[in-house]
Design a protein around this ligand. Sequence first.
Ligand code: ADP
Ligand code: MG
Length: 551
Amino acid sequence: MGTINGATLMARNLKQQGVDYMFGIIGFPVQGIASAAQKEGITYIGMRNEQSASYAAHAAAYLTGRPQACLVVSGPGVIHAFAGLANAQQNCWPMILIGGASPTYQNGMGAFQEERQVELAAPYCKYAQGVGDVARIPYYVEQAIRTSLFGRPGPVYLDMPDNIIRGEVDEKDLVHAATVGEPPRSQANPEDIEAALSALESAERPLVIVGKGMGWSRAENEVREFIERTQLPFLASPMGKGILPDDDPLSVGAARSTALREADVVFLMGARLNWIMHFGLPPRFAPDVRVVQLDICAEEIGTNVSAHVALVGDGKAITAQLNRALDNRQWFYPAEAPWRAKLKQKAADNLEAVKPMTEDESTPMNYYRAYRDIEEWLPENAIIIGEGANTMDIGRTQMANRSPRSRLDAGTYGTMGIGMGFAIAAAVVNPDQPIVSVQGDSAFGFSGMEIETMCRYGLPIKMIVLNNGGIGGGVAQLREDKPNPPFALTPGAHYEGIMEAMGGKGFYVEDPADLRGALIEAMAYDGPALVNVVIHPKAGRKPQEFGWLTT
Ligand code: ADP
Ligand code: MG
């Protein structure tokens, strides 16, 4: 036996723990880790910006079910990657960030890119640890991966000083770590299972809310069976979309506000009553709503609204428990319930309300008109990435998801700029699935240079930029007589030109009549393509019953 260095040991142990993908930007002192990762069979994707790399790592984790890695250089590299740690923490998604650090023997001396990395990472992490000994790398990797994956998932950080990465240890002195298995799937208390079903049975206006926790838990088959058997109306959270198909007849997504406001019993499955769900409070919810709450995190139970019944444990295991318990009940929610008819009518009214916009052929087009062609064109099995203001909000209602974990967006943290990293992650881990990213012009701009990454790896991502010349609202033209408003971006900017310059295919669409053809051509092209669609600067959503962020 010979010696082994820290870089190889890190890579080998990541691979052992099921890390198959590493997104990063190399430089001092982490170059050796990236090369070792490739040698150990980890797919290394070199990105252009650490934010995107860290976003990609947790999107890949959500899609694969294991933490995936982000590798960055010391100091500024680590700081940039905190964007992804924070986003992963808010979404409850795992990932492991590995940050290079200045050598320990220069601590406090003003070393190159010296920073208090472990301290700074800690608030965004479940676990943040500096590695101070080469031989103990297996121990720290196991602990980090296990902490990231078990319980409520979240990001973890390992700090790798230069002298640890380059340090050598005798292989015979190594203590190998156990391989972290699948996360334990704990069940709920059987009495609570019965209480949950009784609460739903007693409801006049029940509503199931399916969140991304169920997507993470791979609970789709169990949730489908539960909804089929109980016939309960359901609503998906933004990234809960697709766990059950959006076009399922029991989906009341198109009557969302009414469903939330008037439900008397809400079954919250792997979703939180945070801002996305209007805190579960009036006027968006009934003041006396009873909440049945399923969550893996006991501390989450009762946030904003105290739970009538708590089901603490894994979503897949608990839904299977509910399904078994249904065997002893002859109950399902009746087809003729007035609540059903009301929600159906509301959904039909909402569809009617957007019709004039969907059918408006004027140039520049509005969002709904653009989405009409996009939705018709979207392949059934596409993974859809959405970000932007109107682009994301309208896209969520106009693009249907039909399979679990097929929607990635700005998420719980509302992060703009995730799109490029998420799209790259989706394309890398699912090479056989169409990847479609729809971004506003502002959202695209945060990490637009990742187009070079897409082209370099030949990832056949189909990007659509809905370009209204601004952040939120846009401008028709830039002003020369006075300062431009803060929301202004260059109207009609040729973002497709960036794609062409990097070797992909670009399309610029002004006339709605040309959109369909451009989308079809983009899909047929065997590589990355960008369709830049000019949107009217004043185009917006249909009139909303409540203003954005109304509590
Ligand atoms: P959404 O944005 O879809 O509403 P949230 O991220 O707000 O979803 O909530 C997801 C919830 O799912 C979190 O509270 C998290 O603790 C929970 N969760 C995560 N993993 C599991 C699991 N395996 N089983 C059940 N719940 C889970
Ligand atoms: Mg815009």
